[in-house]
Design a protein around this ligand. Structure first.
Ligand code: DX5
Ligand code: ZN
Length: 216
């Protein structure tokens, strides 16, 4: 059984980013989630290439890059060069999603597609066989620390069913409001990877929280 944790550095201390990334290196974290927000696709701006490059410089774990930006095609190559292991684009930002996914793969990255809380899983029907990852958003993207949307469990099981139906190898990742109270239930519904920002970085012992989420 694949139970992975991808802590989001959106909730890290940017004045001590190297320290926080080293904490993740020494924890049971599997990936490091890097949230890129452009202030257009979502109502918030996070950070861009310089911070992603710092993460790459210090991380010993794969960078799981989540692009919450319009026209992601314009920047895929730069994020691949910045060291992304996986590149996840938002379905709602991609009118030519199949092409975008092919480009991500040609760049040598794992291809992920995120769906917002209002987007039905069925929209992935004709792309899921090509994906390495489906990211089910469990909050409306844009901010850390938001409340988990309960409908996510249903969407995770629908995604799992679609993956089986289409013989896809995609992993299911969940992002937003993930904590100790919902992690076990998300894995049970079929999630493989849990993203966690505030629950990890607000914990008194972040690396113990990562282990708790991984073994929930
Ligand atoms: C939300 C981002 C998340 C965020 C999660 O728009 O995509 O990755 O960092 O933060 P928490 O875990 O605090 O909801
Ligand atoms: Zn994210």
């Amino acid at each position: 059984m694949n139970h992975l944790v991808s802590p989001s550095i959106l909730s890290a201390d940017f004045g001590n980013l190297q320290r926080d990334i080293e904490m993740l290196n020494n924890s049971e974290a599997d990936w490091i989630h890097v949230d890129i927000m452009d202030g257009v696709f979502v109502p918030n701006i996070s950070f861009g290439f310089p911070v992603a490059e710092v993460a790459k410089k210090h991380a010993t774990k794969p960078l799981d890059v989540h692009l919450m930006i319009v026209e992601p095609d314009r920047y895929l190559k730069r994020f691949a060069e910045a060291g992304a292991y996986g590149l996840t684009v938002q379905l709602e930002a991609c009118p030519n999603l199949h092409r975008t996914v092919q480009v991500i793969k040609e760049l040598g990255c794992r291809a992920g597609v995120a769906i917002n809380p209002h987007s039905p899983v069925a929209l992935l029907d004709d792309i899921i066989a090509d994906l390495d990852l489906v990211l089910v958003m469990s909050v409306n993207p844009g901010f850390g620390g938001q409340h988990f949307i309960e409908n996510t469990y249903k969407k995770v099981s629908e995604t799992k069913n679609l993956i089986e139906k289409r013989n896809s190898k995609a992993l299911i990742e969940v992002d937003g409001g993930v904590d100790k109270t919902n992690a076990g239930k998300l894995y049970a519904a079929g999630a493989n990877v849990l993203v966690a920002g505030s629950s990890v970085f607000a914990a008194s012992k972040p690396s113990e929280m990562i282990s708790a989420l991984k073994h929930a």
